[in-house]
Write a new protein. Structure first.
Length: 364
């Protein structure tokens, strides 16, 4: 097994193409073709984590956060980022990061928080756009069933709770092959009109390469007429944050205590208590101030996130309880999630859950 194989396994669960534009995901350090001897799974790629990998003879680190975010002009040992890069390269260790690709997964970071808090009826808080595409192609009727079947097999035509979705209609197609053509209908240099079926199938954008390959393998024409369109529709199964309901409402004080215990937070910050019962909860692991208005507009009684600044609390507008549980605390269970993903895919391989606490914040 090589590094690229591991990345492909992770990509099946949380496609890297759904990461935010500002992010840096996938292979951060190393080579795709490097043979993997052992995998260390961590939240952050720190110097201590690299040392742990060396000690455990793991030459691949799968990290949630990328070690490289900003431009690097030199690799000395002046900063912790440079030291991590230097040590990893020196010891032939590759580093892969998932970050917002896992944030945007419906079964990712925020789903894990919801599970810990017992939140039910979970749905995406901020659905992501430009993730759904549509294939339109024109094909003889006798070839339609086989083409649709092969596209459905790779995941095309899936719409939420429904699979194998498509729309087709018959029409009159025309073409005229040049002297180098080899048409299966009619003959070259002759104008042809023939009955064709227009097939329309939507698909998620991470399937595009596989879908085009299936189209080319199962379409009889040597020159295939097809169109790929990106839709504006919001994808209700991909996006930032989640929202749902508790099985039983709580007072604000009880909820804050419950939250502190479940998320193992030594200290939490929150906006002014409003005296409301807490039932509908919005969550967003990591820095989530950008989603305050989304939580309010979706009717959340409380919004659980981290990295809220002084002025962010004013944005509660006496409409919601904003709760900052800490960045590390909001993402602490993500490490186990990544471990479980890999262990399920490659159960008999050396995969180790890092024991290094990478939280840079201490509490008195």
């Amino acid at each position: 097994m090589i590094v690229k194989d591991v990345i492909d396994y992770l990509d099946e669960f949380a496609p890297l193409c759904y990461a935010e534009e500002f992010d840096n995901v996938g292979l951060i350090i190393g080579e795709y073709n490097q043979k993997v001897k052992g995998i260390l799974v961590t939240l952050d790629s720190t110097e201590s984590v690299v040392e742990e990998a060396i000690k455990l003879k793991c030459n691949l680190i799968v990290s949630f956060h990328p070690i490289i975010f900003n431009e690097i002009k030199s690799i000395t040992t002046k900063t912790y980022v440079e030291r991590v890069i230097h040590k990893a390269i020196k010891n032939n260790i590759s580093i892969v990061a998932l970050h917002t690709s896992l944030d945007n997964s419906i079964n990712g970071v925020n789903s894990t928080i919801c599970q810990k808090l017992g939140i039910k009826n979970c749905r995406i808080l901020i659905p992501k756009g430009e993730t759904i595409k549509k294939l339109t192609t024109y094909i003889p009727s006798k070839n339609v069933a086989k083409l649709k079947s092969e596209i459905f097999k790779i995941g095309g035509g899936s719409l939420g709770k429904y699979d194998n979705c498509s729309f087709s209609y018959e029409g009159l197609g025309s073409f005229k092959g040049n002297e180098n053509s080899n048409p299966i209908i009619g003959s070259k240099l002759n104008y042809i009109e023939t009955q064709e079926v227009c097939v329309n199938i939507t698909f998620l954008k991470h399937l595009e390469k596989k879908l085009i390959s299936a189209l080319k393998e199962n379409h009889p024409y040597e020159e295939i007429a097809y169109e790929i369109t990106t839709l504006d529709n919001l994808n209700q199964n991909i996006g930032m944050g989640m929202i749902g309901e508790l099985s039983k409402s709580m007072t604000e004080n009880k909820f804050l205590g419950f939250l502190k215990t479940k998320m193992k937070s030594k200290s939490i910050k929150h906006s002014k208590k409003l005296g409301n019962k807490i039932n509908t909860i919005a969550v967003l692991g990591g820095s989530g101030s950008f989603a305050i208005e989304d939580a309010i507009n979706n009717g959340a009684d409380a919004f659980v996130t981290s990295d809220l600044k002084y002025h962010d609390y004013f944005r509660a507008e006496n409409k919601i309880l904003l709760v900052d549980i800490g960045h590390y605390e909001s993402e602490q269970y993500t490490k186990k999630l990544m471990y479980d993903i890999l262990k399920k895919k490659i159960p008999n391989f050396a995969i180790v859950l890092s024991k290094t606490n990478t939280n840079p914040i201490t509490y008195n």
